[in-house]
Design a protein around this ligand. Structure first.
Ligand SMILES: [Zn+2]
Length: 348
């Protein structure tokens, strides 16, 4: 994108168009997106000013250089940590198409008690949500309400992801552009769900032809221990598969992605979408995959400062970068979101 020859006026509109698509940035959106309070794009002011200036002044060599620098700043904005937005009462102000009710379709051999345990809920709730159901004779394919939103209960993460728990966890809504491996293990805090959903939707809009993404574990509704993970206990950790160039062997679990099957551009898009608002604390990605993402970003014109801030690669144990190596992440990336202000005893 950066390497485009800027010589004629119509190139500019193409540039802006492709910029918007490539970066997923709503440059022309009149309202700032959440997490970017009042931010105005340096590019948009340049373009608006440029309409009344003779062409040769806009596209002189100095101007071309300036435009490149500004494009670079917009495309590869240094990742920053942003506080989750709350209103004066301390309520989240992000709009999500979140669920109010979660439905479970009974699978062969599942008893009501098994389902109740899976969703970490109580008999009294299950009965009140499904007054007409005979729990002694469930049939395969039958639907049950297994979770309902409590209007005044905020999902709250308590403690560290390795030992904490989650109160009032809310489920990741099902979507037709992604698959959730185990819906009963995909509960999180409000913002974890909100940002995961935004990322999945942004990806699906950008790549409507796929491949679909597979979402693995977040947490149980109440958090706590979740085999085989060390973390994933507080609703702030999410596992998402890497986009690959072929179909995975199945949609039931994660498979290691052979490096030559990894869709590097789409994986990099996913990482950048996740980083957009500054709510991600870490992403664990195998070093070999990081290397390919690093190379791809550099080829696209990412400045060194951005590469250093984002990737641990080529260092071995950077304590500052967001994307870090951790064994076991050849099949999926593990995203950890920052604590939100409503969380308790959350390590900062
Ligand atoms: Zn994980």
């Amino acid at each position: 994108m950066i390497g485009l020859q800027i010589g004629r006026i119509h190139t500019l509109s193409k540039l802006v168009l492709s910029l918007g698509i490539a970066a997923g940035i709503g440059i022309w959106t009149p309202q700032p997106a959440y997490g970017q309070a009042g931010s105005s794009s340096p590019l948009s002011s340049l373009i608006h000013r440029g309409t009344s200036v003779p062409v040769y002044e806009i596209f002189g060599s100095d101007m071309s250089q300036l435009l490149r620098q500004r494009l670079e700043r917009v495309l590869w904005r240094q990742p920053v940590r942003t506080d989750w937005p709350l209103d004066a009462q301390g309520n989240p102000i992000v709009e999500t198409r979140r669920l109010d009710t979660l439905i479970h379709v009974v699978k062969p051999g599942q008893t009501a008690d098994r389902i109740r345990t899976m969703y970490r809920t109580t008999w009294s709730r299950l009965r009140s949500w499904n007054p007409d159901v005979d729990f002694r004779s469930l049939e395969t394919g039958q639907t049950l309400v297994v979770w309902k939103r409590q209007p005044d209960a905020m999902p709250t993460s308590h403690g560290a992801p390795q030992w904490g728990h989650l109160d009032h966890g809310e489920p990741l809504p099902p979507g037709d552009t992604y698959e959730i491996i185990h819906p009963h293990r995909a509960f999180g805090t409000y913002y974890t769900i909100s940002e995961t959903r935004r990322t999945l939707r942004t990806y699906a809009r950008r790549f409507p032809e796929g491949p679909r993404l597979l979402v693995g574990d977040i947490s149980f509704r109440t958090g706590r221990s979740i085999h085989p993970h060390k973390s994933h206990r507080t609703g702030r950790d999410v596992d998402i598969t890497y986009p690959r160039e072929d179909e995975p062997p199945s949609w039931k679990r994660f498979y290691d992605v052979p490096l030559w099957k990894l869709d590097v551009p789409k994986t990099l898009f996913l990482v950048r979408t996740l980083l957009k608002y500054g709510y991600v604390q870490y992403i664990f990605i195998d070093r070999r995959i990081q290397r390919r993402l690093h190379e791809r970003a550099r080829d696209m014109g990412a400045p060194d400062a951005w590469l250093d801030a984002v990737f641990e690669y080529p260092e071995w144990d950077s304590h500052d970068s967001i994307v870090r190596h951790s064994p076991g992440h050849l099949s999926h990336m593990h995203i950890r979101f920052w604590c939100q202000p409503t969380d308790r005893r959350c390590p900062r």
